[in-house]
Every structure is written in C-alpha cells, then in structure tokens.
Design a protein around this ligand. Structure first.
Ligand code: SAM
Ligand code: SF4
Length: 460
C-alpha cells in the first residue's frame, strides 16, 4: 500500500466493518459503468470502479450525470453484442453534448477488433481489452497514482458508493482466459489462454476484502477449477480454497465456473470439509447427448457429468447443483434434444441457465449450417423451462418448514433479500436493518424461483 495522504470517508449507511480510505480526496467528478455479460465482467467493472474511487471519483446515477462513462461488453451471444452496439449508438448524442466526457469501451467486444470498432463508433475515446486496466490512465491521468499497486487493488466498490450487495459479497478473479476450444464459444478468442493469478495475490485480496466488511467471496474463472496448473509453483483450486478458508472473518466461499473435466475429488472434498465453502456446485454440461457433446468439443461424456454430480451429492448431502444448457446446436435432432431433457429430468438440478444456440463468427461451429430454425430453438428452450419450473417447484416445496442461514444482501420493494449457502434466493419481512447480516430464516412459502420466510433467532 502507498504512504500517500489518506482521506477517511464517512459512511452513508450501515457498513459492516472498517472501510479503506481513498488515495485522493473527492474531486467532484462522477463515473458511470454499464456492464453486460458474465461475473468476470462484473468483477472487471468493480475493479474499474475501485480504481476511479481511489482517485476521488463518486458513482453517478446515470450517464447524463457522469464525467466518464465505461461500457463493459459481452459477445457470447449475438443478442448481447447487439445490445452493446445499440447502447453505444445511443450514447453518440450525449457525447456530442459533452465532448469532454471520456467514453470507454472494454470487455470481450474489444479484443482484436479495435480498428473495426474505431470506424464503427468514432465517438468512443478509449478501447481496452478485458482486464487491461492500466490503459485507463490515457483518459484519467490521476490513475498514475496507483502505479504498481494496481494488481493488488481489490475488485471491489467501497460500500458507501453502491449500497445493496456491494460491501457484502465480492467476486475475485483467480484465472483468466480458457484453454478449451468448445466449437461454439468465442471466449478463448477474446480472453486468451489460461493465466492463473499468483496464489498470494488472491489471498491478500481476500484479506483486504474481509477487512473492509465483505463476508462472501466468489472465486472466478471461465474454467475456475483449472486454477494453478500454469503457475511456476503448481497448485490447485482445492489448495487455494483451503488458504482462503483460513482468512479470519470470511463467512462464505464460492467458485464459478467449473469445467466437468477438471472437477476432481479434491475440490468436492474441499466443499465438504471447509467451513466457509458453500454447499453448491455450478457445473455446466451444455447438452445431454454424447454426439452433440463431441461436436461441441466439450471433451467429456454425459456419464462423466452425471457421475460427478452423483459423487458430489453422495459426499455433501443437501448440496445444490446448477448447470448450463445450449439448445438448438447445429444438427441437434429431436432425439438428441430428448437426451438432454431426460438427463435434466433425471438429475433434478436446482437451477439451469438455458441458452438458444447463437453462431459466433470466428468459431468452428459458425462454419456449420445453423440449421435449427429459431421457432424450434425457442420450442426446445420453452420445453426445458417448463421442465425446470416443475422440478424446481418440487425441490422448493420440500424446503417448506426448513430453516436456512441467509446472507442478507439488500432490501427490495420493502422486503429483505438474500441467499442460502446453496445459493437459493430468499425473501422475508423484518423491521430491523439486516443489511449484510447472517439471519436464520424459516421457510413459510415456496415458489419455483425463490423462497419466502420469517427470521428466527438472532442475526449475526
Ligand atoms: N466456461 C463455462 C463452461 O465451460 O461451460 C461457461 C462460459 S460461457 C462464457 C457461459 C455460457 O454461455 C455457456 O455455459 C453457454 O451455455 C453459453 N454460450 C456460450 N457460447 C454460446 C453460443 N454460441 N450460443 C449460445 N450460448 C452460448
Ligand atoms: Fe467457452 Fe468452453 Fe472455455 Fe467455457 S470451456 S469458456 S464454453 S471455450
């Protein structure tokens, strides 16, 4: 940390613990960040916010109110890319009114596309690749203050700037990029090869987050369970979890997203044995038919995925399971789709993230005919949605009368909202200020998507 003068801030609302000082005093300027896409992008946006906050910026409520606007883009599906392009187009007018306001574009849309993007969006002042934060100094010279400290700066807004979930739960990227080449996926082309962050940097970041009142961290990577194989001193996600679990004051530890091929027993045992590790596994399978999985280049079979889920459930009773599915992959027949349906029905996942296949230029599958009509993709998507609604109704009905520890994130429309260790959303009413508290909640009503209940016992 620097020895430069520090200006303490007065928190606006209850802040769970100590709040780190900023490096520079408030400068009266505001930032606005708009984020599309995965948790990795959210973490990157939090880092940009933390950097700007360190040098005196405050959070703006809208683009119109801001002195700098940062868009963090996603191109994983065409719809996401279109949304970013639309937002950039609509910002052209604001940029004409406020030419001095830097407009910045980052995220997966940028990598290797800068020349093309400069032509298409000439009103953008700076493009930078995902996580290449040093580039921001070109439009915010004050950031030179951060120097070598940049790698250590937590991916984290100070609570008083954001309210809600911020200050309670934080994302910590641990491995960037991806070494797989799933035939449909643009990510490896935009985020490069797997690069693990140094073990010590991650633990230090978690310590700093916890010092600032964070109670839950989620370790992030596109293949988070590949962590450590590329470091000089080889290590693993399980070892890292052990070290993070030892950080005093941390209550909950999660990780996303895992690849089935790397879901070793050591990681499952870490979830089972470590106090802070939440009993939840997010293991994307993408399809339930082996031929489709082969053409997706996923490098595993349906049986391997099902065996990993079965072993996890055997080792950790009550564990919750989430997965990702793509419907309408090129050539997916009715029978192959039925395999996915049957697998999901048999496995009873607590949550399934469903996507309709979207060809991404530059990927292998984009060279194949996108032969499943949109209406059919939509029908398959709806079929799985309906299946999940039924399964989640049954799963959640079984939770009626049970009591769960809930980490309270925010109050929404007059109701407290938080998550169980298994990542299920819970709403409840209570007159007390419970932001950032762990509260036992007895479930009194269920729905497929969330639980409702009443607080019992004392919050901590
Ligand atoms: N690394 C993770 C894995 O191996 O499953 C997932 C990362 S990917 C960025 C997030 C999700 O987006 C994937 O699980 C997949 O379901 C979806 N996705 C990726 N490419 C897609 C495409 N071309 N069309 C539709 N969905 C896609
Ligand atoms: Fe994309 Fe496959 Fe890598 Fe996941 S594992 S990021 S789906 S290439």
């Amino acid at each position: 940390m620097t020895t430069k003068p520090i200006i303490p801030l007065v928190p606006e609302s209850p802040v769970p613990a100590a709040v780190s000082p900023r490096r520079l005093p408030p400068n009266g300027k505001k930032f606005f960040i708009w984020t599309m896409g995965c948790q990795m992008n959210e973490a990157d946006s939090q880092k940009v916010a933390a950097m700007l906050q360190e040098v005196g910026y405050e959070k703006a409520t809208s683009e119109e109110d801001a002195d700098i606007v940062v868009l963090n883009s996603c191109v994983v599906r065409q719809a996401a890319e279109d949304k970013v392009a639309g937002r950039l187009d609509s910002l052209a007018r604001l940029k004409r009114q406020k030419p001095e306001m830097p407009l910045v574009l980052t995220g997966c849309m940028v990598t290797r596309q800068q020349e093309k993007l400069k032509q298409r969006f000439p009103h953008v002042d700076l493009f930078f690749n995902p996580s290449d934060f040093g580039k921001l100094v070109e439009v915010v010279p004050e950031l030179e203050e951060l120097d070598d400290d940049l790698d250590q700066l937590p991916h984290y807004y100070q609570p008083q700037l954001t309210g809600n979930k911020a200050g309670i739960s934080a994302f910590v990227p641990i491995i960037y990029g991806c070494n797989f080449v799933c035939s449909y996926c643009i990510v490896p082309y935009r985020r490069g090869k797997e690069t693990s962050r140094p073990f010590k940097d991650i633990v230090t970041e978690v310590e700093r987050l916890v010092d600032n009142g964070v109670r839950e961290v989620t370790l992030l990577g596109q293949t988070v369970n590949a962590y450590g194989h590329d470091l000089e001193e080889k290590t693993s996600l399980a070892h890292l979890m052990e070290a993070v679990n030892n950080v005093k004051g941390l209550d909950r530890l999660r990780f996303l997203t895992s690849h089935p091929k790397y879901m070793g027993d050591d990681i499952i045992h870490a979830i089972r044995d470590l106090d802070t590790a939440c009993e939840h596994m997010n293991l994307p399978v993408q399809a339930g038919d082996n031929e489709v999985l082969r053409r997706m280049r996923r490098t595993y079979t349906r049986d391997l995925w099902m065996e990993r889920i079965a072993y996890t459930r055997e080792q950790i009773p009550g564990v919750t399971v989430a997965t990702d599915i793509i419907v309408g992959f090129p050539g997916e027949t009715d029978e192959q789709f039925q395999q996915t349906y049957d697998m999901l029905e048999q496995t009873e996942c607590d949550k399934v993230h469903l996507a309709m296949y979207s060809p991404r230029p530059g990927t292998l599958s984009a060279r194949w005919e996108d032969d499943i009509p949109h209406e059919e993709k939509y029908r398959r998507h709806r079929e799985l949605e309906k299946l999940q609604e039924r399964l989640q109704t049954e799963i959640n009905d079984r939770r009626l009368g049970d009591t769960y520890e809930v980490l309270v994130e925010s109050k929404q429309r007059g109701r407290w909202t938080g998550r169980t260790r298994g990542n299920t959303l819970v709403h409840f009413d209570d007159e007390r200020d419970l932001t950032g508290k762990l509260v036992d909640v007895e479930i009194t009503k269920t729905s497929p998507w969330f639980l409702m209940g009443r607080a019992v016992g004392n919050p901590s």
